[in-house]
Design a protein around this ligand. Structure first.
Ligand code: C2E
Ligand code: MG
Ligand code: MG
Ligand code: MG
Length: 285
């Protein structure tokens, strides 16, 4: 489940990480040290309105560069953090960095929203709404400029508990997004009951929609459903111009993917924004 390959070609296998192997324990110890020393960084991936080409926001994605192993993907270290009590300090660290960054962008004249991912344990922590409120105030950001992304499976794991926290976050004015939509088999009825502002269609549907009419049908119905429920619809994993054009045609509100940009370190994100605002047209066709 955690099988992954980092950019140095190192493989981390299920068997190494699923058990209490020395390998896994060592990695957790290293992660604990990195979190304590606040060494984790955040990359930002732009989100664009496909009808206007405007940059509307960015997703904050945690990055960990291990001193010996090099970059470890979040699909590996987030589950480790989740299972070793580290996800709470990790989430607060990412939230704080992302909110400071978004305040910098606003000061530079870019009124963007920033999206932060929440893992199951951080969503279910009763202290989350208060901490979010405090961080918003400390960093001088309006609540509506923050989007919190939660997966369907997180909500399904504890519908009542997550509902309570989502209601409190909603009351603060924070925007809530269902991430990886389409992979969790959630019932439409349940989604309708939640205070959700946005659905993000999973990249597994988006990536093949230009070549597979069945994926296109899934994306089209997700866009229609989202709009019928008064939600903003985002597509992740947009890698080519045809897909971008299809999404614009289908009425998708926001797109995100390698076609526009990979997730970037903060300084590169700012340069990317500046270069882009100097260009008047943004065509991908
Ligand atoms: P996600 O929230 O669904 O984020 C989107 C992932 O898709 C990111 O992977 C991003 O780099 C990747 N991506 C973006 N555009 C494209 C594209 O065009 N093609 C392809 N193939 N991939 C694309 P990343 O950064 O490796 O993150 C993986 C997952 O790890 C995230 O999925 C999220 O669930 C989790 N994650 C990352 N940072 C955090 C964090 O701070 N907290 C929590 N709880 N989870 C995080
Ligand atoms: Mg996300
Ligand atoms: Mg996603
Ligand atoms: Mg994902």
């Amino acid at each position: 489940m955690y099988a992954a390959k980092d950019s140095n070609g190192l493989r981390l296998y299920d068997s190494e990480l699923d058990t209490n192997s020395p390998e896994r324990l060592a990695l957790i110890a290293d992660l604990r040290r990195a979190v304590e020393r606040r060494e984790l960084e955040v990359a930002y991936q732009p989100k664009v309105d496909p009808r206007t080409g405007q940059v509307v926001g960015a997703e904050a994605l945690a990055r960990w560069r291990h001193p010996e192993r090099g970059p470890i993907p979040p699909d590996v270290f987030i589950p480790l953090a989740e299972h070793s009590g580290l996800v709470w300090p990790l989430t607060l660290h990412v939230l704080e960095l992302a909110l400071r960054r978004r305040a910098d962008w606003a000061r530079a004249g870019h009124d963007l929203h920033v999206a932060v991912n929440l893992s199951p344990n951080s969503l279910l922590d009763a202290a989350l709404p208060e901490l979010v409120a405090r961080l918003l105030a400390e960093t001088g950001n309006p609540a509506h400029a923050l989007t919190l992304e939660i997966t369907e499976s997180t909500i399904l794991a504890d519908p009542a508990g997550s509902r309570a926290t989502l209601d409190r976050l909603h009351a603060l004015g924070v925007q809530l997004s269902i991430d990886d939509f389409g992979t969790g088999y959630s019932s439409l009825g349940r989604l309708r009951e939640l205070p959700i502002h946005e659905v993000k269609i999973d990249k597994s549907f988006v990536q093949r929609m230009a070549v597979d009419h069945r994926d296109r049908a899934v994306v089209r119905s997700a866009v229609q459903l989202g709009h019928a429920l008064d939600m903003r619809v985002v597509a992740e994993g947009v890698e080519d111009a045809d897909t971008y054009a299809y999404l614009a045609d289908e009425g998708c509100d926001v797109v995100q993917g390698y076609l526009l940009s990979r997730p970037l370190p903060p300084e590169e994100f700012s340069s990317w924004m500046n270069a882009r605002s100097r260009n008047v047209t943004h065509t991908y066709g």
